[in-house]
Write a protein of this length. Sequence first.
Length: 351
Amino acid sequence: MQVHAYGAHSGDTPLVPMAITRRAPGPHDVQIDIAYCGICHSDLHQVRAEWAGTQFPCVPGHEIVGRVSAVGVHVAGFQPGDLVGVGCLVDSCRHCAECGEGLENYCDGMVGTYNFPTPDAPGWTQGGYSQAIVVHERYVLRIRHPEAALAAVAPLLCAGITTYSPLRHWQAGPGKKVGVVGIGGLGHMGIKLAHAMGAHVVAFTTSDAKRAAALELGADEVVVSRNADEMAAHAKSFDLIVNTVAAPHDLDAFLVLLKRDGTMTLVGAPASPHPSPNVFNLLMQRRSIAGSMIGGIPETQEMLDFCAAHGIVADIELIPAGEINSAYERMLKGDVNYRFVIDNATLSVPA
Ligand code: NAP
Ligand code: ZN
Ligand code: ZN
């Protein structure tokens, strides 16, 4: 099946309309008409070849929501009409220890939703800036939010799970002081989720203008990280800091805010390395720097159900496909409130 999509032919040219092919559903496949797709900063890193190994043409997008339009003969869990989501992965080896534990995101054979090898044409996966996608049922998520919220659910599939997973792993909850650095797509979800889990949440931003909005998102306090006095007031006080910043920056400024045995988890994936932290800031209070990458399928479903139960969705700006390139420029300036989501109905312009 040919579908309309939006993608790039090279790392230094804008995204343009194009046609891509989707396979006919196999026995265990679910075919989905995509209603909305969020724009993650990872899409920009990948499609502009800031990370190594981008295959072109590249159709990004891994915050996918829509309706099932067809299912393979052996699919039992989904039927046409169901509201579903697809996140950052569409396959994995299915037999390693990580797959066995539902941590497919750490499987060496994980197949990302775009730019990963696949037998399907053209040989690498193509993502959600497209009208439809075909995915093995194991990697399809069920959406229990009301349909009216669907566009704002899309960002949960990456921004939501990427912040939910470390918050759960490092046990954010009542009695814990949790920092979230960077109030963009990931960070604004991190604030909402940590708040819903019952933690005391401090939002760190470089943008003075986001101060009031961060409180509305659920932060208990907001710190403008360029202000040394505001930073110093939180020295040695955090159990956990989730750092979502998409650019290299001074990690020491945040490390010294961790209390003894505290952890800063990096989820931002800048194209070039951070300056090395001062080892003494780790030794002195037995602090840790960790990393975390998206989440497995069971935890992604748990996150979606947690959000449905707590009425949590993303704060979004819905855009037509023709505005993807300008949305990228605004995202680079931190000018996003707080996730751009594409209305995929606007992709139906012939390529
Ligand atoms: P985003 O919407 O652009 O948000 C990033 C935020 O970081 C900005 O809004 C800004 O917040 C802050 N920031 C940006 N540049 C900065 C700088 N030079 N110094 C300090 N702060 C800066 O991006 P996103 O979609 O949330 O993604 C964030 C990063 O996470 C990207 O690198 C992305 O590739 C990565 N990511 C990782 C995973 C994973 O599995 N680990 C999953 C998804 C995305 P303020 O204006 O508040 O300062
Ligand atoms: Zn993402
Ligand atoms: Zn595996």
